[in-house]
Structure formats: structure tokens, C-alpha cells
Design a protein around this ligand. Structure first.
Ligand SMILES: *[C@@H]1O[C@H](CO)[C@@H](O)[C@H](O)[C@H]1NC(C)=O
Ligand SMILES: *[C@@H]1O[C@H](CO)[C@@H](O)[C@H](O)[C@H]1NC(C)=O
Ligand SMILES: *[C@@H]1O[C@H](CO)[C@@H](O)[C@H](O)[C@H]1NC(C)=O
Ligand SMILES: *[C@@H]1O[C@H](CO)[C@@H](O)[C@H](O)[C@H]1NC(C)=O
Ligand SMILES: *[C@@H]1O[C@H](CO)[C@@H](O)[C@H](O)[C@H]1NC(C)=O
Ligand SMILES: *[C@@H]1O[C@H](CO)[C@@H](O)[C@H](O)[C@H]1NC(C)=O
Ligand SMILES: *[C@@H]1O[C@H](CO)[C@@H](O)[C@H](O)[C@H]1NC(C)=O
Ligand SMILES: *[C@@H]1O[C@H](CO)[C@@H](O)[C@H](O)[C@H]1NC(C)=O
Ligand SMILES: *[C@@H]1O[C@H](CO)[C@@H](O)[C@H](O)[C@H]1NC(C)=O
Ligand SMILES: *[C@@H]1O[C@H](CO)[C@@H](O)[C@H](O)[C@H]1NC(C)=O
Ligand SMILES: CC(=O)N[C@H]1CO[C@H](CO)[C@@H](O)[C@@H]1O
Length: 791
């Protein structure tokens, strides 16, 4: 029997059509038609093939109706109809009903998604994928009835208008197409924001909320709330957010996607490779993306942003960081059973309780949190301003060296071993001081612990730990017994070799206080020449309220301190409101003037300055009759004589100001920011180790040739005035960690690079600026380390 020819033809035509469909996809879907999940050929393509639209399998069992870029590796999805309700890969289909409704049904026939477009029967519809990537339902008059561009998922395509009715929502995680917690949208303020809308709390993380929106260049005044990415790769929004793709121009295919990690990225396609490259990224500190690591979690750069848990805590859900970390205890409400665990260089952004305080001590801050059952931990800003942030939740944790704050997490006593708690001190930044210190083969410091013990014993036996720098700088062993003697002024003058000048004499010597050579917290310093030809520096003190005799007594103490590396006080003047000190004049001025200028200062000279300064301070701390804290060690207070021998100036000053209540002088008398030890910044009791710390900073300055005030946040604005905790130290240690010693050392010392003295200075500097005051060597130990001979 002959097969009818037309039948063969029909069969042939059908086969061809089938083959073509498989490779090309369909141009459109007509009313009554459907796309089935099992049929590989059931998908739409845009006229030039840039985009495809069909079922996209999101895992082994389920599928989502999607639009994707055709020529990309792994099909880059730009839109999904049912991202949160995937359908089965069996018998699901997308159907364009006769009534004009586009409906997605899953295996059992239930409707999962639809466009809700109903028409009167006389209309004819079809579904088409445009070359822009827009999936549209069009009527016979070519009018768009529905379009996917109106309901974006996580991606904005070129020419797709973004407005107030739209939100980009990220994917939950890499490869999980479910809606995540990051949103990109216009808010009520007319400004485009990135927000974290998490299960616990929501917050904006871009633009920065702790500054005005205007600082980020945005404007809240244009209420049209529209934005568009054009074909050339320029994004323009009505809130004044504008940017260009790095490969600006017509040509590359692009997409603006809010990624699962909370960052908005503009991508351009390399068509030959099918791979995307980022062509724009907002300026945003990655670890500041909120919600990244969940509750208790901490974001760290190492060097990629990574989440970690505090020691002893464990990941709540090993597959999902946004669920954070779980503590190994249940918090009790019994404050006696509570304790805190310190996380250095860490902060948790937001969730501050209403009990925020300023100007309180660390202890008070701690107690506030201890007593408040809502408080899960607290931050304390290390700037000496005593800012206390008790927190309701510990979210948005991040750890970067520039963090001005330390965090204390509330824990149940005994729930963590000593080890775990102390491990925290060695935080895992790659540039930790401990690691840096290991890089040096400098002098051994084993003995120092013993020494520290000895010193601490000595100190505490006299209750000197109680000594507070401001107002009561020193504690004097002898004075207690000899107070009356000081009042015998004639006798003291004989013994102390200290001369009393009249005001007229000093006015004459300084030519009426004309030649100012410096200005400190206590008053200006003038150069002068005494009647006998000696050159002097006359310091005119301001704000002294002590009576003449009392002042004389205090000055005598200072005048009695004699050391080669301490500026000698020759005399004083006390006439009513005139209080002046007369010092020997130092030919070469203060260290800062030479170190931070063009003057060549060789390594030997710097080493000698370091050693001399150490000897001077060591004498003050331990050998002189008075036990004196300097409290303001900095290059401005290290004078150099004509042989560049250092002489420490300005010691004992706050002694003269004692009795002044909490006013300007009080705070003026305080140490200088940038040189202040951490315990001091935390309003804790201080001891001689604050001078050791400041001395360490001076050593770092000697080595880097850079002033601590420059090393301090160069971008420091009034807003971020508390940013500078340890920044000098961090700056140096981070740099050494990342770039090596060579990049940190003053270029003027580079020919000395292999000199053992350089390494030794660095080692001592790093020891001195140790966080833990007990780990800092005493000044006498520093001298010992510096005079050690190389083997
Ligand atoms: C499709 O490609 C042709 C030739 O490359 C081009 O002329 C036309 O504009 C493209 N169409 C669309 C809709 O992009
Ligand atoms: C897929 O189906 C298999 C067998 O029915 C099941 O074991 C598996 O958990 C399913 N996977 C997903 C992701 O649903
Ligand atoms: C494509 O997907 C595979 C399997 O999921 C993955 O291993 C690969 O890295 C992906 N390629 C790209 C370029 O994303
Ligand atoms: C129904 O079709 C007629 C003619 O095409 C049109 O005038 C009318 O607006 C349509 N009604 C609806 C509800 O779309
Ligand atoms: C608001 O923004 C839109 C879009 O950028 C712009 O066309 C319009 O001129 C702006 N209106 C004002 C008042 O600036
Ligand atoms: C983008 O580049 C074009 C051409 O160079 C320029 O006219 C436009 O101002 C740029 N836009 C932005 C936001 O930089
Ligand atoms: C695209 O990728 C190919 C292969 O990886 C590479 O050789 C080419 O330079 C890339 N083109 C651009 C414009 O980046
Ligand atoms: C620390 O830095 C070194 C070199 O810079 C690198 O090889 C190492 O992997 C880093 N360690 C960590 C924990 O990041
Ligand atoms: C915390 O309390 C819950 C319920 O009371 C208990 O199941 C859990 O074991 C406790 N966890 C710890 C670490 O004690
Ligand atoms: C904490 O609470 C206890 C008892 O309720 C109270 O005695 C103590 O003064 C409180 N401490 C602070 C710092 O509020
Ligand atoms: C570096 C510096 O300024 N050195 C000077 C120190 O003082 C002597 C004596 O006045 C000068 O000769 C040096 O040039």
C-alpha cells in the first residue's frame, strides 16, 4: 500500500519544524497554547536570540519559569515568575488561556502563578519575549497587556524602568533562587537604598545612614522616583545617583543585579566566553553589609570577607550564615552569674538600647549592661570620651583594624573556658601584632615578665596604681614626711639649687615675651637671655590657682630632678598671677620639628634619641626620689641639645595644676590623643605603663618618619572623631603585615635596612604599644633592651 505523498510531506515538515524549534525556540505563544516543563523545545527566544524564556530547573526536582541570557555559561537568569514557589519538573506548564490569562500550573494542576489578565472574548493575545529581555503579553493591536519588566526579581536590564513600585530582592544564597533579605528600592525619602530586611530587624546599609544622605551625593527632593540603566551603561536616578559602566558605550550586554551577598553590581557580558565581569560596584565596605553573618556572627576580611563566630560559639545552621551563631549557654537573668567576653577590634552595628551614655567609665558601662536583661553586650568607644553602647541584639558584626570600639558579649559565667576567653586577645587579622612581632629576630624579652612582676609588686605596695595622671600625677614617697620642710623656702632654695626670679627680670630676659618658641597645653614658651648670658626657655603658665608658697613647693620638686635626659629646671617666678618656669635652652628645639621636616636624621641619631628618651623616662619612673608619671610623652616634649641628645620636657606639669576642678585646664592637662594608652582611653586607672605606650608611639614615629597625627585617620571628620583608637599602631602593624617592614620604614632610612638596630627599635616599639599594659616592658627594661650589644 502506498503511503499518501502528502502524509510523508507532512511528517517531514513536522520533523523539520521540531528540529528548528529545538535549536531556535519559539517566537511566541498563542492563546490556547502552553509550554511544558518536560519539553526541551518549549521555550521562547527573543528575535535576535539574546534572551530565552522557559522552565529553569532550580534543583533536581523543581523548576521556575524564567527569562535568561541565552549565551551565558550556566544560563544567567534575569527574571523568575515563581521564585518562591518552584514547580515540579513533572507535568508543570505555562499556559496562555483562551480568556487571556497566563497561568503557571504545577504537576497536580494547581495554579502557582498567573498574570491575572482577563479580556473580553473578541481580543486575541500572544506571549512574546522582546529583544530587551522583557516577556510581554500583547494583544492584536500590539499593545502590551502585561510585562515581566513590571515585576523585576533581582535584576534590572538596560532600558527597564525602575520606579517606586519596584524592588529588587536578592537570591537567598548562591544557587538558591528563593527571595533573600536584601532589597534595593526607593524609600519614602525618594532615595534609592540598599536595605537588609531580615527576620529579626531591618536596616539600611547604603548609602551610609550615620551621615547625612547629602554626603553620599543623593538628593531627597525629586519625588518622581525613577531610575534607568540605558544601553550605553549609564545609570541615572531621580535621587541623583549616577554612574557609568567601566566599559561605557553601546555594545556589551549588561545587567544590574542585587547579588545574594547584598551588593548591587553592574555586570557586562564577554560574549565570546559567556562570562560576566563587574563593570560597576557601589563604594561600600563589604563587611558593613548588614545581616551578612547573622546574630553574633562577625565579618572579617581575610582577605575575602568571611563570617566567623566568637570563640566557643557555633554556627546555627552550617549552610546559612544569615542565621548567625549560637552561644554555648543560655543567658541567665541572675547578674551574679553573668560575665563578659571581650572581642577586640569588633563592632556590632545598630540595635543600641535607649541606655546609651557618654562620659562614663568602662566599669559603669559594663554594669549598665549587666543590670539590663535586654542587653546582650555592649560597645565602648576607646577614645577617652567614655561612649557606651549597650545592645539589644548583636547583629551586623564586623572586625576591621580601624574599628574605634571594643565589644563585650554577655555570657554566662563558666560557660567558656579560660582558654577560649583569653584566645580572643589574639584576634585573627593577618596583621596582628603578635604575628608581626614574631617576624623579628630582635632581642629576647623573656626576662621582662619577671621584671614586670617586680615592678608591679613595688608599685602596688605603695598603692601607686591608684595614682591618676590628671590632677595628681605623682605620688611622692618623701613628700609625705617632708611637707613642712618645703615651706621653709630659704632652706629649700639652698638645697634645690633653684633660683627664684622676679617677673621684671624674666620680662627683660625675654624682651617682653616676644620670641615665642613653642606653645603647649600649659602655656607658651619664650626664648630669653639671662643677665649672666645664659640662654633660657621661659614657660609662662596659665591657669595656676595655687598660692605662691604651694607653687614654690611643687616647683622645687621638679627642680630637684636631675638627669642628663631630662630638661633642667633652673628657676621659676611666682608673683601673684604670674607663674613662670625657667628651663635651660635646647639648641635644636623639639624632636617633631626635626623628625617631620627635611632634616636628615640618621639611624644612629634616632637610636640615640630613643635610648636617651628611655633613660629619661626610666629615671622619672623608677630612680628619682619622686615617682613621676609624665603622661604626655610625644615628640613635642622631647627636646634636643646641640649634640642631638634628647631631653624630656614638661614632666610633672599636672602636679602644678592640681586642685583645679573639672575645667578646661583639667582636660588640657590630659595626654595627647594618638599617644594615649588604651586603658587610659577607657577611663581606667593608669600607671607608668601609659608613658611606655606613648614612648612606643614615639618610636614608631622615629621609624616611620611620620607623625602620629598624620598616621591618625587622615579623613577624620568631626563625625568620626572617635575613630582613632590605636590607629597609628594599626596603621604600622597592618602595613608591616601586608607589605613588609620596608614599606613602613622612613624612606630616609632605607640604606640602613639591614641594620640590627632598626629591627631592635621596631621590636621594642611593638612591645611598648602592646594592648595589655602588663605585656609592656617597664622603661628601665626598655633601656636594657636598647643598650644590649649584638652577638
Ligand atoms: C537584531 O540584529 C540585527 C542585525 O544584527 C539588528 O539590525 C537589529 O537591530 C537587531 N534587533 C534588535 C531588536 O535588537
Ligand atoms: C528530590 O526528590 C528526591 C526523591 O524524590 C528526594 O530524595 C530529594 O530530597 C528531592 N530534592 C529536593 C531538593 O527536593
Ligand atoms: C556553572 O555551574 C557549575 C555547576 O553548578 C559550577 O560548577 C560552575 O562553576 C558554574 N560556572 C560558572 C561560570 O558560574
Ligand atoms: C472589549 O473589546 C472592545 C472592542 O475590542 C473594547 O472596546 C473594550 O474596551 C473591551 N473591554 C475590555 C474590558 O477590555
Ligand atoms: C527628577 O528626576 C527625573 C529623572 O531623573 C528628571 O527627569 C526630572 O527633571 C527631575 N525633576 C526635577 C524637578 O529635578
Ligand atoms: C558617563 O559617560 C558619558 C560619556 O563619557 C558622560 O557624558 C557622562 O556624564 C558619564 N556619566 C557619569 C555618571 O559619569
Ligand atoms: C573575553 O574572554 C576571552 C576568553 O576568556 C578573552 O580572551 C577576551 O579578552 C575577553 N574579552 C574582553 C573584552 O574582556
Ligand atoms: C597572611 O598573609 C600571608 C602573606 O601575606 C598569606 O600567605 C596568608 O595566607 C595570610 N593568612 C591569613 C590567615 O589570611
Ligand atoms: C538552653 O535551654 C534549652 C531549653 O531550656 C535547653 O534545651 C538547652 O539545652 C539549653 N542550652 C544550654 C547550652 O544549656
Ligand atoms: C544593678 O542592680 C542592682 C540591684 O538591682 C543595684 O544594686 C545596682 O546599683 C545596679 N547597678 C547599676 C550600675 O545600675
Ligand atoms: C638637625 C639640627 O638642626 N642640628 C643643629 C643642632 O644645633 C647645632 C648647633 O646649633 C647646629 O649646628 C645643627 O645644625
Amino acid at each position: 500500500m502506498e503511503v499518501p505523498k502528502f502524509l510523508i510531506l507532512l511528517l517531514f515538515a513536522a520533523t523539520v519544524a521540531r528540529t528548528q524549534a529545538r535549536s531556535l525556540g519559539l517566537q511566541s505563544l498563542r492563546q490556547g497554547g502552553s509550554l511544558k516543563v518536560e519539553e526541551e523545545s518549549d521555550f521562547l527566544v527573543s528575535p535576535n536570540g539574546t534572551f530565552s524564556s522557559g522552565f529553569y530547573n532550580v534543583n533536581a526536582n523543581s523548576s521556575c519559569y524564567s527569562v535568561w541570557y541565552t549565551n551565558t555559561i550556566n544560563k544567567t537568569v534575569v527574571w523568575m515568575a515563581n521564585r518562591d514557589t518552584p514547580v515540579s519538573i513533572r507535568q508543570s506548564k505555562l499556559a496562555l488561556r483562551r480568556n487571556g490569562n497566563l497561568v503557571l500550573t504545577d504537576g497536580v494542576g494547581s495554579t502557582v502563578w498567573s498574570t491575572n489578565t482577563l479580556s473580553n472574548a473578541s481580543m486575541e493575545f500572544h506571549l512574546r519575549l522582546l529583544e530587551t529581555g522583557n516577556l510581554v503579553l500583547i494583544n492584536q493591536a500590539e499593545r502590551i497587556i502585561w510585562q515581566s519588566f513590571d515585576s523585576p526579581t533581582d535584576t534590572l536590564l538596560p532600558s527597564q524602568q525602575f520606579d517606586k513600585s519596584k524592588t529588587l530582592v536578592c537570591m537567598r544564597s548562591r544557587g538558591t533562587y528563593l527571595s533573600g533579605f536584601y532589597n534595593f528600592k526607593f524609600d519614602g525619602n525618594n532615595v534609592l537604598y540598599l536595605t537588609h530586611d531580615g527576620p529579626l530587624l531591618s536596616s539600611v546599609y547604603w548609602p551610609k545612614m550615620d551621615t547625612s544622605v547629602f554626603i553620599s551625593g543623593r538628593s531627597p527632593y525629586n519625588s518622581s522616583r525613577v531610575a534607568v540603566l540605558d544601553k550605553r551603561g549609564e545609570f541615572v536616578s531621580s535621587d541623583n545617583l549616577k554612574f557609568n559602566a567601566s566599559d561605557y558605550g553601546v555594545g556589551p550586554k549588561r545587567r544590574l543585579t542585587l547579588d545574594y551577598d547584598g551588593l548591587l553590581r553592574l555586570y557586562s557580558l564577554n560574549e565570546s566566553a559567556g562570562l560576566w565581569k563587574v563593570s560597576w560596584l557601589p563604594e561600600i565596605d563589604f563587611c558593613r553589609v548588614h545581616g551578612l553573618c547573622g546574630e553574633y556572627g562577625i565579618c572579617t576580611y581575610k582577605p575575602e570577607p568571611t563570617c566567623t563566630c566568637p570563640h566557643g560559639f557555633s554556627m546555627t545552621d552550617p549552610s546559612d550564615w544569615s542565621k548567625g551563631c549560637s552561644p554555648p549557654f543560655n543567658l541567665t537573668h541572675d547578674s551574679k552569674k553573668l560575665d563578659f567576653m571581650e572581642l577586640p577590634y569588633t563592632d556590632y552595628y545598630g540595635s543600641d538600647l535607649d541606655t546609651y551614655h557618654m562620659g562614663i567609665s568602662f566599669e559603669e558601662c559594663r554594669n549598665t549592661c549587666l543590670n539590663d536583661s535586654r542587653c546582650k553586650g555592649f560597645g565602648f568607644a576607646l577614645d577617652g570620651y567614655g561612649q557606651c553602647y549597650p545592645k539589644n541584639f548583636l547583629l551586623n558584626g564586623f572586625r576591621v583594624p580601624s574599628t574605634p570600639s571594643i565589644i563585650h558579649i554577655k555570657i554566662t559565667k563558666g560557660s567558656l573556658s579560660r582558654d577560649e576567653v583569653s584566645q580572643l586577645q589574639t584576634y585573627d587579622l593577618n596583621c596582628s601584632r603578635a604575628e608581626v612581632a614574631k617576624k623579628f629576630s630582635g632581642p629576647q624579652v623573656k626576662k621582662s615578665n619577671q621584671y614586670v612582676k617586680y615592678l608591679t609588686g613595688f608599685v602596688s605596695s605603695f598603692a601607686i596604681i591608684e595614682a591618676i595622671c590628671v590632677g595628681l600625677t605623682w605620688w611622692c614617697v618623701l613628700r609625705k614626711h617632708a611637707d613642712e620642710d618645703y615651706m621653709n623656702i630659704g632652706y629649700m632654695e639652698l638645697v634645690m639649687e633653684i633660683k627664684r626670679f622676679t617677673y621684671a627680670e624674666l620680662k627683660r630676659a625675654t624682651k617682653g615675651f616676644t620670641q615665642e618658641i613653642g606653645k603647649g597645653g600649659f602655656g607658651a614658651v619664650y626664648k630669653g637671655v639671662l643677665g649672666d648670658g645664659r640662654v633660657v626657655a621661659v614657660k609662662r603658665l596659665e591657669g595656676i590657682v595655687q598660692g605662691d608658697a604651694e607653687f614654690w613647693a611643687e616647683v622645687s620638686v621638679i627642680g630637684n630632678i636631675n638627669h642628663r635626659n631630662l630638661v633642667k629646671l633652673w628657676g621659676f617666678c611666682a608673683e601673684n598671677e604670674h607663674k613662670l618656669l625657667v628651663y635651660e635652652y635646647q639648641e635644636n628645639g623639639s624632636l617633631d620639628k626635626i623628625l617631620f621636616s627635611d632634616v636628615e636624621l640618621g639611624l644612629e641619631q634616632r637610636y640615640n634619641i630613643a635610648l636617651g628618651t628611655a633613660k629619661g623616662l626610666s629615671y622619672l619612673h623608677e630612680e628619682c626620689l619622686e615617682w613621676v608619671l609624665h603622661c604626655d610623652v610625644k615628640p613635642q616634649n622631647i627636646l634636643l641639645d646641640d649634640h642631638l641628645e634628647p631631653k624630656v620636657a614638661d614632666f610633672g606639669m599636672s602636679k602644678l595644676f592640681k586642685g583645679i576642678p573639672d575645667d578646661i585646664e583639667f582636660s588640657r592637662a590630659r595626654g595627647t590623643r594618638g599617644y594615649m594608652a588604651p586603658e587610659w582611653m577607657m577611663n581606667l586607672k593608669i600607671d607608668a605603663k601609659v608613658d611606655v605606650y606613648s614612648y612606643g608611639i614615639v618610636l614608631l614615629e622615629l621609624l616611620t618618619g611620620k607623625s602620629a597625627s598624620i598616621l591618625l585617620s587622615p579623613e577624620a571628620s568631626p563625625v568620626s572623631k572617635h575613630k582613632e583608637h590605636n590607629q597609628v599602631v594599626q596603621c604600622v602593624t597592618v602595613k608591616i603585615g601586608r607589605e613588609g617592614l620596608e614599606d613602613v620604614i622612613d624612606p630616609r632610612l632605607h640604606h640602613e635596612f639591614n641594620n640590627k638596630k632598626l629591627e631592635r627599635l621596631m621590636t621594642v616599639a611593638l612591645l611598648c604599644v602592646h594592648e595589655d599594659r602588663n605585656a609592656r616592658p617597664a622603661m628601665s627594661k626598655v633601656v636594657e633592651l636598647l643598650v644590649q650589644k649584638d652577638e
